[in-house]
Write a protein that binds this ligand. Structure first.
Ligand code: GLC
Length: 581
């Protein structure tokens, strides 16, 4: 009888909870609809600098393959790899000369297949860059396009015939004169390049070009890759009548370049042709010019992309424009704008940025480890998909080169030349590079304390950061309290707690200039995250008592003393605490 009653209760409970689930499923906000790419922890690999297998000083695919177990050991679930396609390397692979080929420096297609297989065997997905706002000027399409005005490839790019006079000014981000039109005498015409002269912009208004791109995407999707990151795609659509733009527009060019024309139409077409046919995720580079733009890019009912990648935090002017209040305010604003619909990436660094700890933490020997761990705690406990840049798990820092000869980034070198040509302030520029250059994030991965940090047996393509003897994988691997092992704890925690992925975010003590405090909450469970962003002790007012809270993670070796009646908590310098409430 007892058994009978128990089974009746069981059946009723099941029925009840099923109805509940049914109601919940249809009622839950779009943001809480489960997707693998929302639950992913993305690890970004800069292949040129990760691991060299053949001694030519350049990282390669075999190098990455040799580190697959390391990548797995991090607990990440997806890898985003920067471009590995054939390229003359004007912009380190962001100038593609063959979208179906592998860059010689990096290896062969067989290496790629082995890499993909090795990742998948370890349950890790692979996201690839799709660089189709522009190609290389050495791509066959451009070579053909240049040859004659009647070439079938002419309209794959944007040309302005010189007899019409000079085209209206367009700003170029990387050009030595900041001029996006390059004259080509072969056909007496100018071509457009928003980036360098070797990166001519593709003409998305041309349906033939668009379908070529979809075929390329299918080629990679058929190989089994798991996603695309759409490089600079916000710039792809243009008003091809090229009207004059207001004088000085280049100081704030985004509203004139990003999200123009029929961009959404192209993305919807891309979605229909490619994304809808494969189990691949798609992430924008950037997020448009407003929340509305971002929603239009990624809300599920738009059928465009899966997630936006907002630049607001890394775009805060360097270094003086940063304040924790601004930082908190902007992450909170993004969170609330996406609480119900759409999805965003959360990150503090990538290959175009200064190192995370040098930028937002403190890279002095005293605080480097603590502040690295604290920043990782932030990334791994926010709502949104974390994108974590290789080397940050070791707490790698800016190299801050002094000499221009040490810089390799074409963008930096062209700007240096421009300032020289125009009598600009070189000294100031060198100071700015030291902190903000993209090369800071591109120095070789520090594997161990041997020559060249164990990255290569040859001469590295860019100098290794001299601090590799102290900051390296070998030193951290066996230290249970290292930045590396702390990161592993964080990935584990995130994977074990869906509330860290989907849970509601609520900021506490908003006006506190030193501490970032927030809760995450899902289905009756709650976690509290406290982060001291300063090098001194700082207090946070939680307005409710957390004396019964259970400490889940702390970035100090010694856990904090239990503060019995705590609603005001004092945090140690750069302390990070996660509690279960
Ligand atoms: C994106 C890439 C950057 C590249 C640029 C041009 O911003 O992240 O590295 O230089 O596009 O392709």
């Amino acid at each position: 009888m007892r058994l009978y009653l128990l089974s009746l209760i069981f059946v009723f409970t099941c029925l009840f909870s099923c109805t509940q689930t049914a109601i919940c499923q249809s009622d839950i906000p779009e943001s809480n609809v489960k997707k693998w790419w929302k639950e992913a922890i993305v690890y970004q690999i800069y292949p040129r600098s990760f691991k060299d297998s053949d001694g030519d000083g350049i990282g390669d695919l075999k190098g990455i393959i040799s580190k697959l177990d390391y990548i797995k050991s991090l607990g990440v679930t997806a890898v985003w790899i920067n471009p590995i396609y054939s390229s003359p390397n004007d912009d380190n692979g962001y100038d593609v000369s063959d979208y179906r080929g592998i860059m010689k420096d990096f290896g062969t297609m067989a290496d790629f297949d082995a890499l993909l297989k090795g990742l998948h065997q370890r349950g890790i997905k692979l996201v690839m860059d799709l660089v189709v706002n522009h190609s290389s000027d050495e791509h066959e399409w451009f070579k053909q396009s240049r040859t004659s005005r009647t070439s079938p490839y002419r309209d794959y790019y944007h040309w302005w015939n010189a007899e019409r006079g000079k085209p209206p000014y367009r700003y170029s981000l990387f050009d030595v004169n900041h001029d996006a039109w390059k004259y080509d005498s072969l056909t007496n015409a100018y071509y457009l390049h928003y980036f360098s002269r070797k990166q001519p912009d593709l003409n998305w208004e041309n349906p033939k070009l668009r379908h070529e791109v979809y075929d390329i995407m299918k080629f990679w999707a058929d190989k089994g890759i798991d996603g695309f990151r759409l490089d600079a795609f916000g710039f792809a659509a243009k008003d091809t009548s090229f009207p004059a733009l207001p004088e000085g527009y280049e100081k704030n060019f985004m509203p004139y370049y990003s999200m123009q024309g029929n961009l959404h139409g192209y993305l919807q077409e891309m979605n229909k042709e490619v994304f809808s046919k494969y189990n691949v995720m798609s992430v924008a580079e950037g997020a448009g010019n407003s929340f509305k733009d971002a929603h239009n890019l990624v809300d599920a009912d738009r059928n465009e992309l899966n997630m936006a990648y907002p630049f607001d935090a890394v775009d805060m002017p360097k270094p003086e424009g940063y304040s924790l209040l601004r930082f908190k305010e902007l992450f909170s604003r993004w969170d609330s704008a996406f609480a119900n619909k759409g999805w965003v990436a959360v990150f503090l660094a990538n290959h175009d940025q200064a190192r995370m700890v040098s930028r937002f933490g403190n890279d002095s020997p005293e605080f480097r480890e603590l502040s690295s761990k604290m920043l990782s705690t932030f990334i791994m406990t926010m709502r949104g998909t974390p994108y974590y840049y290789n080397g940050d798990e070791l707490g790698m820092t800016n190299a801050g080169f002094d000499k221009i000869e040490d810089y390799k980034d074409m963008a930096a070198l062209n700007e240096y030349q421009r300032l020289k040509n125009t009598g600009g302030d070189i000294q100031l520029f060198m100071e700015q590079l030291k902190f903000g250059s993209r090369d800071n994030g591109r120095t070789p991965f520090q594997w161990n304390g041997s020559t060249n940090a164990g990255f290569t047996s040859g001469t590295p393509w860019i100098n290794v950061n001299p601090n590799y003897k102290v900051i390296n994988y070998a030193a951290e691997q066996n230290d249970p309290n290292s930045v590396l092992n702390y990161f592993r704890k964080l990935t584990k925690l995130r994977k074990q707690n869906q509330l860290l992925v989907y849970g509601k975010y609520n900021e506490l003590d908003k006006t506190n200039p030193d501490v970032y405090a927030y809760t995450r909450e899902l289905a009756g469970q709650k976690m509290l995250v406290l982060l001291n962003f300063t090098k001194t002790a700082a207090r946070v007012n939680l307005s409710s008592n957390i004396s019964t809270a259970q400490l889940v993670l702390c970035n100090y070796d010694k856990v904090p003393q239990k503060n019995k009646y705590a609603s005001v908590v004092t945090l140690r310098p750069y302390e990070a605490l996660i509690y279960k409430l």
